[in-house]
Design a protein around this ligand. Structure first.
Ligand code: OXD
Ligand code: MN
Length: 635
């Protein structure tokens, strides 16, 4: 890959011990806060890049980096839109790698629970510092040889908000530089905030392909799949990622910082970092409520966050589509939430003008598309856009193969193909989405893909029961990670791949919020848009019609008498959910098959007990027991 050409007069040098003079082609190293300089010098010495570029997040910088990536063949313009680019990865680097993602703490059980013998823990992987030192020593020394080391100063959350946190990512990937500029707030102003000693999360990322490359580079996408590792040091707030350029593994502000490291900071400081969208719904009476909702990856968080209501009089506004940082306000007791991100890194296939017009409209400018197809007239294409694309259009698929639209044997996109676009471009972005004080959350929703047994909506009896509903969350696996077979997997709180510390402590942390009488606890709900009938047909239309469920939820927040107790929680009274204009089999949609549920609760207990052992909070065991008793009385 080419480097950015910089006039000689603008280059200055820094002297790195044992390495000598390294050119700084952009930015002023000496003016950086001293604790940043010290860390950078260590990382430069470790990675031995041939130049250093300190990013400022400017448009000019983005243009320069884009030009270089286009010249190097890693990006190509999509001329149908303004400032949009397409990128194809090495087909071995297309998703998050949960099996290579580690937490490092002195005591193993700060990171992972005391799983029972024989239960292999899926709620985080721990390694000792000695073990990981070997892995690091085998990978990072000299990993940026022949490449530029970029320094990206960024804020998660509005710069300067008391709810925000700062990170600095070092990377040798220019694609990461561009994507981080979309997904976070990259700015030289960050240095001002760090100059008075403020701490930051130290993020180091390398593609793991020093030059000259030892292996052929596929699709101009350098990566090192055999050696990929993603390592977190929650105690010292550090992340090291090697070998993958794919977003979830390389945009370290996202999953690594905003969920895993922030989760641990939140535990230490008494707040929550969650895998949740944030949205507002205004009803026909003009009353607005904010909702946070957790679903596993690729289960429709982006679609729900930007929903277009199918019933009149409702307005939805989006605050965020993937991550929420929330804390109870000490004075008012409200749960205030911010979206720490600045962009959407959404799953492209399935997104269209029917399922999510707002997402499509958000990504028509200044966006990067990864592993999607391209139409002959320079537009993006993916599965789901069939009806919006003229039949016979020539498509170039993500693997480079050309075919005519209509050929059912071909796939244009990887199922985990992504759009990466600025949140501010969303037509329904909330005007408070960057409010430094966040927005007040009235309801928290959990949900997953449950083809069988699980009703459309359930309200928790109380906070502890809601925490149990979240802990028992399961969902069909998707392509967002390396799981291939379609199977129902446990994904408690939709956080299984993102938890940064012992999951038993995480659940207890949630339970503890009830102990403070000042906290105004939101109501908790579980939803399932994905139940199917005996012919495998969805029983609920989903998408824009989900407003009907949100409407019911908001009426419940207002304590309307429209719910009745069942064995698994409060269910809508028949007729209380607005189904006007729909042809729904309500009884099938809401049925609680006794045998299914008895099997489910037994399996859940067995799984939670196996995974968490004695770390499973007693309150959850009690909730399981109560659920069993209620189920035993079911007709
Ligand atoms: C994501 C994910 O990219 O959850 O948001 O995988
Ligand atoms: Mn996600």
């Amino acid at each position: 890959m080419e480097d950015i050409k910089v006039p000689f007069s603008e280059v200055h040098y820094i002297t790195i011990e044992k390495l000598g003079n390294v050119p700084v082609t952009k930015g002023d190293f000496q003016s950086l806060p001293s604790h940043v300089q010290t860390w950078l010098a260590q990382m430069i010495q470790l990675c031995t890049p041939h130049a250093v570029h300190i990013c400022d997040g400017s448009v000019e910088e983005a243009e320069m980096v884009t030009k270089m990536l286009v010249e190097g063949g890693q990006l190509a313009p999509l001329p149908k839109y303004e400032n949009c680019y397409i990128c194809r990865t090495d087909p071995r680097d297309v998703a998050r790698v949960e099996s290579k993602t580690f937490l490092i703490t002195k005591d193993k059980h700060e990171s992972v629970p005391h799983s029972r013998d024989g239960a292999s823990c899926v709620l985080g992987l721990w390694k000792s510092s000695d073990e990981i030192k070997k892995d690091i020593d085998d990978r990072f020394p000299g990993c940026m040889r022949g490449r530029t080391l970029y320094v990206i100063p960024y804020s998660m959350g509005p710069i300067g908000s008391s709810l925000s946190k700062i990170g600095v990512e070092i990377t040798d990937s220019a694609y990461v530089v561009l994507s981080m500029r979309v997904m976070t707030r990259v700015s030289s102003d960050i240095w001002k905030h760090l100059r008075n000693g403020e701490e930051f999360v130290r993020c180091l990322h390398s593609l793991g392909v020093p030059l000259p490359a030892a292996q052929p580079i596929v699709n101009n996408w350098p990566c090192n799949p055999e050696k990929t590792i993603i390592v977190h040091f929650p105690d010292s707030r550090k992340v090291m990622s090697f070998g993958s350029g794919y977003g979830g593994n390389s945009l370290l502000g996202k999953k690594c910082f905003a969920l895993r490291i922030a989760g641990r900071i939140a535990y230490d400081e008494g707040w929550l970092a969650e895998h949740m969208l944030i949205m507002s719904v205004t009803n026909p009476q003009g009353e607005e409520k904010f909702i946070a909702a957790a679903f596993p990856s690729a289960c429709g968080k982006t679609n729900l966050a930007m929903l277009t209501p199918t019933i009149p009089g409702y307005t939805v506004r989006c605050v965020g589509d993937d991550i929420a940082w929330m804390r109870f306000d000490k004075e008012t007791g409200e749960l205030r939430a911010i979206n720490p991100e600045a962009g959407f890194f959404g799953v492209a296939p399935g997104t269209n003008m029917k399922t999510n017009p707002n997402a499509i409209l958000t990504c028509l400018q200044n966006s990067i598309f990864t592993n999607v197809g391209e139409t002959a007239d320079g537009g993006f294409y993916w599965e789901g856009l069939e009806e919006e694309t003229p039949a016979g259009t020539e498509i170039t698929g993500w693997t480079g193969e050309k075919y005519k639209l209509g050929d059912k044997t071909k796939k244009s996109s990887h199922p985990n193909a992504r759009f990466c676009c600025p949140a501010r471009q969303c037509p329904i972005i909330h005007d408070k989405w960057e409010n430094p004080a966040g927005v007040p959350i009235s309801a928290i929703i959990f949900g997953g893909r449950r083809p069988e047994g699980v009703p459309l909506v359930v309200e928790a009896f109380n906070w502890a029961h809601g925490v149990f509903l979240a802990a028992q969350l399961k969902s069909e696996s998707t392509a967002a990670a390396e799981h291939t077979a379609k199977q129902i997997m446990h994904d408690p709180f939709a956080m299984r791949p993102f938890v940064g510390y012992n999951f038993g402590k995480y659940i207890q942390h949630w339970l503890n919020f009830e102990k403070n009488p000042n906290n105004k606890l939101p109501k908790i709900f579980h939803v399932n848009w994905f139940r199917v009938d005996e012919n495998n047909k969805f029983l609920w239309p989903g998408y824009g019609d989900n407003i009907r469920v949100l409407d019911w939820i908001i009426r419940r927040v207002n304590n309307e008498d429209i719910a009745e107790p069942s064995a698994v929680g409060l269910l809508p009274k028949k007729g209380s959910l607005n189904l006007q204009g729909l042809n729904i089999n309500w009884d099938k949609l809401m049925a609680l098959p006794k045998d299914y549920w008895i099997g489910d609760v037994d399996e859940t207990l067995q799984w939670l007990d196996g995974q968490l052992g004695d770390d499973l909070p007693q309150a959850i065991r009690e909730e399981i027991q109560k659920q069993k008793e209620r189920l035993s009385k079911l007709q």
